[in-house]
Design a protein around this ligand. Sequence first.
Ligand SMILES: Cc1cc2nc3c(=O)[nH]c(=O)nc-3n(C[C@H](O)[C@H](O)[C@H](O)COP(=O)(O)OP(=O)(O)OC[C@H]3O[C@@H](n4cnc5c(N)ncnc54)[C@H](O)[C@@H]3O)c2cc1C
Length: 499
Amino acid sequence: MKPVKRVVIAGGGTAGWLAAALLTRQIGKLVEVTLIESDEIGTVGVGESTIPTVRAFHTLLGIDEQDFVRETGATFKLGISFEGWSQPDSRYIHSFGTLGTSTWMADFHHFWLEARAQGSNAELGAYCVEHEAARAERFAGRPETKLNYAYHFDAARYARFLRERCEADGLTRIEGRITRAERDPETGDIAAVVMADGSRIESDLFIDCTGFRALLIGDALGVPYEDWSHWLPTNRALAVQTAAVGPAVPYTRATAHDAGWQWRIPLQHRVGNGIVYCSDHLSDDAAHQRLLGAVQGKVLTDPRLIRFQTGRRAKAWEHNCVALSLAGGFVEPLESTSIHLIMIALTRLLQLFPFDGVNAPAAARFNDMSRREIEGVRDFIVLHYHLNQRNEPFWRAHREASLPDSLAQRIALFAESAQAFQASDELFTVTSWVQVMLGQELHPAGHNRVARLMPPGRLKEVLGNLSGQVGATVAKLPPHQAFVDRMVAPDPVPLRARA
Ligand SMILES: Cc1cc2nc3c(=O)[nH]c(=O)nc-3n(C[C@H](O)[C@H](O)[C@H](O)COP(=O)(O)OP(=O)(O)OC[C@H]3O[C@@H](n4cnc5c(N)ncnc54)[C@H](O)[C@@H]3O)c2cc1C
């Protein structure tokens, strides 16, 4: 085996720069890292909403939150508001918090279901601080609060922010177009990439971050793409930026329309908007009109069409090439999971890093974990589409389509007994599954009856105390926009939650 001393990252989108940032900072003294990007080709230009795991990754990169928020135009995110997903006028928030207090025998929602059965009309969200803070558009960061939060950020500024850090840490950046990859005739490994000017760049390990082009994992190595469009048929997005017209809310909005859905991501300096749709049900022209008809504020950019196919590469790591993000697979951005999948793949790559030479067992382990993660995300997204009660042909087809077995079993379990679970390698928590299943009006036939063992009146009292505490905590939080304004002010005074 040939020791890995050089790593070439092909592509400078969010995936490429995150890879460069982690590698240079964590193992830059052991391997030489080079990133190649093409200004002429550019990046996909979207991907601005995240989930809370981003904060742990930023800690690995030594990122100061205030620097990050200032330089990337970031705002804070406590969840996603799903509008029109069950019925056209319905709304629920999938928040990042934890619901109430669970016991070893039953998760909190079983107690809530029992209280409902006994006549309570309190909403489930009343027992979750992040949910109520999102609804009230309030926010304060850590350490003053224990809110579980993520960010919205400007993707172009984020790439620049990461690039500056990487270059300070000694990364070599090459601007230019890769035309092809050369393979070693004996091993089949990628030996070098060949640039448009004829130069060759050799490496021991290549990270394919070339986006949907998948130049290395797809074109050079021929790893097939597993198509999931029978489960998730949306295949187009149109993205446009608009000026902000009001205070930024601490959540992403995902509003369903008759052939897909529309996102709204509030940043400090603008709003990111986009429409996701299925081309069998909506033409590009109609999507264009619908998007521009629905946005608020001055339109700042031309709408940009992005074509995609939901699915994944059969292997993310093949020979001496590891594919990240769009090059390795894509599940539509409904739950903002792609950037998380880049980050988790990178932490895993460093844990399995083939310092002594690329080896098949490490690749197999990496591939197995990547597969399970993205399948878990896929099931969670399919759930949102499946549990709808809308009447348009697009939605009826989703309701009637077959499900991955793993998801069908999970839905049946919840429908019968309100049981939800998070397997050890799964991203989404019980709270997430429960918020979406109940939010989309999957009302379970039964639940764990352990709450009936409580003395008369005790369940009501406990739930009342819990929602009272949640309400009191939220009332002390400043408005989200005010918190952001203070954080980015030239001479910032942190705006804290009131004691
Ligand atoms: C519509 C849509 C909305 C999304 N929203 C979200 C979201 O809210 N949250 C989230 O987590 N994720 C989201 N994603 C996913 C997210 O955008 C990506 O995970 C992220 O941007 C990473 O993309 P990338 O770096 O793989 O590809 P890209 O951004 O496409 O970058 C590819 C890079 O490769 C370079 N390149 C390509 N070919 C060559 C060549 N021949 N030579 C040299 N360089 C080359 C390009 O110049 C570029 O630098 C969304 C995706 C889509 C399609």
